[in-house]
Design a protein around this ligand. Structure first.
Ligand SMILES: [Zn+2]
Length: 167
């Protein structure tokens, strides 16, 4: 298993919509999950950031998200439902453009429906940090990057200028 190269902004693969995982593909997913884990933890060591990674970020165009906050969680074929009308703004970052922050608006809460590695379906209500994080990750599966969600022309900042940002 390995730390994989993270595709960066400008790579057209990041703009492609990913394919659903079929049940008979589950076994072949093992090495991909391990690579997502290794790549996320390597990024975290270097940038002190990174809570989750989507498979297309390592060039695997499948609908898989790997998240590690306390425990590792794998989301297979995740979709969002019940998006709240209530929204909030934040400075978002991404492993595919680690030096850039983008001001975006996300839904305060939503329901995530996904399968796990046993193909069991889960439905969970998520809010705040988790809600915005998984909206970001599921956007990746649809070929959408946070830069496309920028609120306006003033919504970009280099990491080096972060100290100048107000919340
Ligand atoms: Zn991202």
């Amino acid at each position: 298993m390995a730390v994989r190269e993270i595709l960066l902004l400008g790579n057209p693969l990041l703009l492609q919509s990913c394919d659903e995982v079929r049940r008979d593909e589950l076994e072949s997913l093992g090495p991909v999950i391990q690579d997502l884990h290794d790549t996320l933890l390597d990024f975290r060591r270097r940038y002190n950031a990174g809570r989750a990674i989507a498979a297309p970020q390592i060039g695997v165009l499948k609908r898989v998200v790997f998240m590690q906050i306390n425990e590792p969680t794998v989301f297979i074929n995740p979709i969002l439902d019940q998006l709240s009308e209530d929204t909030f703004e934040l400075w978002d970052d991404c492993m595919s453009f680690p030096d850039l922050f983008v001001r975006v608006r996300r839904h305060r809460s939503c329901q995530i429906i996904y399968r796990d590695l046993e193909w069991i379906e889960h439905r969970e209500m998520i809010k705040d940090d988790l809600s915005e994080l998984l909206q970001h990750e599921i956007d990746h599966l649809n070929g959408i990057l946070a830069v496309s969600r920028a609120i306006d022309g003033a919504s970009f900042s280099l990491r080096s200028q972060r100290r100048l940002l107000s919340r």
